[in-house]
Design a protein around this ligand. Structure first.
Ligand code: HEC
Ligand code: HEC
Length: 278
C-alpha cells in the first residue's frame, strides 16, 4: 500500500516536471468576451485557417501576404494594440479585441470577421494571447471613463478649435485636418515604417469606429505603437468633447450638427473658411 503511494507521488512529480515547461510555452491565459470563454486550441485551428496568411505562423505579423500590405498586419508578439478602451501603455480588454475583430479595420486589408460566430472569435482571442508573455505578467488596464457628451453648440466648436491649435494636433494632422501637417512626412510606427496621420477631410470613418464616443476614446487613449499620443493627462473631459465637436467640422462628407453650426457661423465671419467649401 505504502509503496504504491510513494510510486504514485513520484509519478505525479514526474508528470509535473514534464507538464510545467509545456504550460509555460503555451502561455494560455484564456479570453472572455461577449459572455463567452475562449479555448485556445480551437482558436489555433481557426487562426491557421483565417489569420495566418497575414499575421504569420508565429503571430509576428510576417505572414506570406504581409509584404504586400500597407499598413502591415499587427505583430502579436509585442502585444501592442492600437484600438483600446484602456489608457496608453496598457493591454486592451478582451472585449476591445473582440470588437476590432468584429468590425475589421477600415481603410486597411484587415477584414471584418462577421462570418465568424461569437464563440469562434473568443477562441481566436485566447490563441492570439498565447503569442506574448505580456498577457501572463500584466492585466489589461481599466477602461477610461467616457462621460456624457456635452451639447453640440458653437461655443463648444470654437473652443475645440482653440484646442486643436494649442495641443498641436495640426502639426501632424494639418491645419485643415488633411493629414498633411509639417511633421507628417517624418512619422514612423513601432516597426520604423512610415505612417500617415489620419485625413479628416477624406475619411468618413475612423480605423476603428465612427461615433463621437469612438473619437473621444482615440485621443484619450492614444494609439500605442504609433506616433499618435494620448492626451488624457492634459485634456479635461469637457474640453475633450469640445475637441470632438471641432473635429467633426473638418469632415465635409459626414453629416454632423457641429459642422452645420460651423457653416452657419462662417456666414457671418468672413475670416473663417470652412474646409470643403469652395
Ligand atoms: C488580409 C490580411 C489580414 C488578415 C487575413 C487578418 N488580418 Fe488582422 N490585421 C491586418 C492588418 C493590415 C492589421 C493592421 C491595421 C492597421 O495597423 O491599421 C491587422 C490588425 C489586427 C489586430 C490589431 C488591432 C489593434 O488594435 O491594434 C488584430 C487583433 C487582428 N488584426 C486580428 C486578426 C484576426 C483574429 C484575424 C483572423 C480571423 C486577422 N486579424 C486576419 C491584416 C489582416
Ligand atoms: C505626432 C503626431 C500626431 C499628433 C500630434 C496627433 N496625432 Fe492623431 N494620429 C497620428 C497618426 C500617425 C495617426 C494614424 C495612426 C494609424 O493609422 O494607426 C493618427 C490618427 C488619429 C485619429 C484617427 C484614429 C483612427 O482610429 O482612425 C484621430 C481621431 C486623431 N489622430 C486625433 C488627433 C487629435 C485630436 C490630436 C490632437 C489632440 C492628434 N490626433 C494629434 C499622429 C498624430
Amino acid at each position: 500500500m505504502k509503496k504504491n503511494v510513494i510510486t504514485s507521488s513520484i509519478l505525479w512529480a514526474f508528470c509535473l516536471v514534464i507538464a510545467l515547461p509545456g504550460l509555460a510555452i503555451a502561455q494560455d491565459v484564456g479570453a472572455h468576451a461577449d459572455g463567452k470563454t475562449g479555448d485556445s486550441q480551437s482558436g489555433k485551428a481557426l487562426y491557421r485557417r483565417f489569420c495566418v496568411g497575414c499575421h504569420g505562423e508565429e503571430g509576428n505579423g510576417l505572414g506570406e501576404n504581409a509584404q504586400w500590405l500597407d499598413p502591415r498586419p499587427r505583430d502579436f508578439t509585442t502585444a501592442l494594440f492600437r484600438w483600446r478602451s484602456t489608457p496608453t501603455g496598457n493591454l486592451p480588454t478582451d472585449q476591445d479585441l473582440y470588437d476590432t475583430i468584429t468590425r475589421g479595420i477600415v481603410g486597411t486589408l484587415m477584414p471584418t470577421w462577421k462570418p465568424l460566430n461569437p464563440q469562434q472569435k473568443v477562441d481566436l482571442l485566447a490563441y492570439i494571447k498565447t503569442f506574448s508573455p505580456r498577457w501572463k505578467t500584466q492585466k489589461p488596464g481599466t477602461p477610461i471613463p467616457i462621460p456624457a457628451e456635452t451639447p453640440e453648440v458653437i461655443e463648444s466648436v470654437l473652443h475645440g478649435r482653440e484646442l486643436y491649435d494649442k495641443m498641436a494636433c495640426w502639426k501632424c494632422h494639418g491645419p485643415d485636418g488633411r493629414g498633411d501637417g509639417p511633421s507628417a512626412p517624418t512619422l514612423t510606427d513601432d516597426k520604423n515604417l512610415p505612417i500617415r496621420p489620419y485625413n479628416f477631410h477624406d475619411g468618413t470613418r475612423f480605423r476603428c469606429g465612427e461615433t463621437n464616443q469612438d473619437l473621444y476614446k482615440i485621443f484619450m487613449t492614444g494609439l500605442d505603437g504609433t506616433p499618435m499620443p494620448s492626451f488624457a493627462d492634459i485634456i479635461q473631459p469637457n474640453d475633450a468633447w469640445d475637441l470632438v465637436h471641432f473635429l467633426r467640422t473638418l469632415q465635409p462628407f459626414v453629416h454632423s450638427k457641429s459642422r452645420e453650426l460651423w457653416l452657419q457661423y462662417a456666414k457671418t465671419h468672413p475670416d473663417i473658411k470652412p474646409i470643403g467649401v469652395e
